[in-house]
Design a protein. Structure first.
Length: 425
């Protein structure tokens, strides 16, 4: 009954249009009332405790780094570099989108920001070269969702705090699955683009490639500094976020000279708005998380899925299907915050590696960003590329299927995540 009260109050509040953060607080209040322990101080104390975490400082700095990267010309140089490398191949602009998405993912960790930058630059180029525009938009959306899987990832930070799992280990474990997602997109793109009458870009000379690499060198140095510092144990993820923001600021202002002092207030304001939304969600979710534990809801759920506890792969399949369904209706951060406290006790009881589960959970949630009806990243591509949302939804389908197949491949073969993660860590 407690589970029904929790789900009913949460979904009921969301169904009438209450924002997710307030819905989380509301279901917490309903749970307290149902258990006969209503106390407004519990809400205030848990919200304050939720925000008072040093690790969460990484979120505003990584968001700021992403905004500075896009405003300071780093994104543009990365795309130019990818064009110089593979732009001349048949279907090369699609491969450019994927390569650029992988590089940018290792800098900003924001699916929406990366997708917006890629769509703004590449969709007009792809339309001019004769590519199917909705399919091109779908590819860019599918490439953009790799950002939260490859470190630095705000999604991993939020999950790590909510699940009490090492964020550094999550970062290292996300690298190989993110690359697999990119490979699956390249293979799918090369299959679907065969019948298109497209015009390849002229092949760049060796000199032009060297020049493009030189122009992108400052931008390409950013992931090396972030990941290298974390891997070497020199900096924590939070410290790496601060370094990333300072590096993006200095490169944008003094190396590329595209970021002007007058631009800084608007850049900082955009970063602050995004940070405030995420942090308020985190605070509200931790109220619900505390009450979920107090109400013993994980034990109640475990009772329903007890036959699967001794079969970790079947349990993972069941959880992944559940998260895929939830992801069609909820954005990335709310899904993480709502489901993590419910699922983690079950995962631990089944003996599933929490880091492995975290990577799979975030991958699954990222796929939700390109599934209707919510599909946040689809909306970004539709708005920036001026493509009707329905057409983008059709265009993304082959790539959505490819990334879902990668997800279930990793469910069947967990060592594809665990072994590279251990080696990197």
């Amino acid at each position: 009954m407690t589970l029904l009260v929790f789900i009913g109050s949460l979904l009921g509040a969301m169904a009438i249009g209450v924002p997710v953060a307030f819905s989380l607080m509301f279901c917490g209040v309903v749970l307290m009332w149902y258990m006969g322990m209503f106390n407004s101080q519990i809400i205030a104390q848990n919200m304050i405790a939720g925000a008072d975490t040093f690790t969460l400082l990484a979120i505003p700095f990584f968001i700021l780094a992403g905004e500075l990267m896009n405003s300071g010309g780093l994104s543009k140089r990365i795309i130019e570099f990818a064009i110089a490398l593979v732009g001349h191949i048949r279907g090369g602009l699609g491969i450019v989108a994927i390569v650029a998405a992988l590089i940018m993912a290792s800098i900003s960790g924001s699916a929406a920001a990366d997708t917006a930058a890629l769509a703004a630059i590449l969709i007009p180029m792809m339309a001019k070269a004769g590519y199917n525009v909705p399919r091109s938009g779908g590819l860019i959306a599918a490439g953009g969702i790799i950002a939260p899987v490859i470190p630095p990832s705000m999604a991993f930070i939020v999950f790590g705090v909510a699940a009490n799992v090492s964020i550094t280990q999550l970062f290292m474990a996300g690298i190989f699955p993110g690359i697999l997602m990119g490979i699956s997109l390249v293979m799918t793109w090369l299959i679907v683009v065969r019948k298109d009458k497209i015009k390849a870009l002229p092949k760049t000379s060796g000199k032009e490639r060297i020049q493009a690499t030189g122009r992108a060198l400052w931008a390409l140095g950013m992931p090396v500094i972030i990941l290298g510092g974390i891997k070497a144990g020199v900096v924590t993820p939070t410290e790496a976020a601060v370094i990333a923001a300072i590096y993006a600021l200095l490169v944008g202002m003094f190396a590329y000279r595209e970021l002007k002092p007058r631009d800084l207030p608007s850049v900082i304001l955009r970063a602050a708005k995004t940070t405030s939304v995420i942090m308020f969600l985190v605070c509200a979710a931790l109220v619900s998380a505390w009450l979920i534990t107090a109400a013993n809801i994980p034990a109640e759920i475990t009772g329903y899925i007890e036959p699967l506890i001794d079969r970790p792969i079947l349990l993972m399949f069941a959880i992944m299907v559940l998260v895929l369904i939830v992801g069609t209706a909820l954005d990335l951060t709310p899904t993480i915050l709502i489901l993590t406290p419910v699922l983690m006790p079950i995962v631990k009881q089944a003996g599933i590696d929490p880091v492995y589960f975290g990577v799979m959970f975030i991958m699954n949630n990222c796929i939700g960003l390109i599934t209707p009806p919510v599909g946040v990243v689809l909306n970004v591509v539709s708005g920036v590329g001026r493509i009707p949302l329905g057409k983008v939804t059709v265009g993304v389908l082959p790539f959505l299927i490819a990334e879902t197949l990668v997800l279930f491949l990793l469910v069947l073969f967990p060592d594809l995540v665990i072994v590279p993660a251990r080696w990197l860590y």
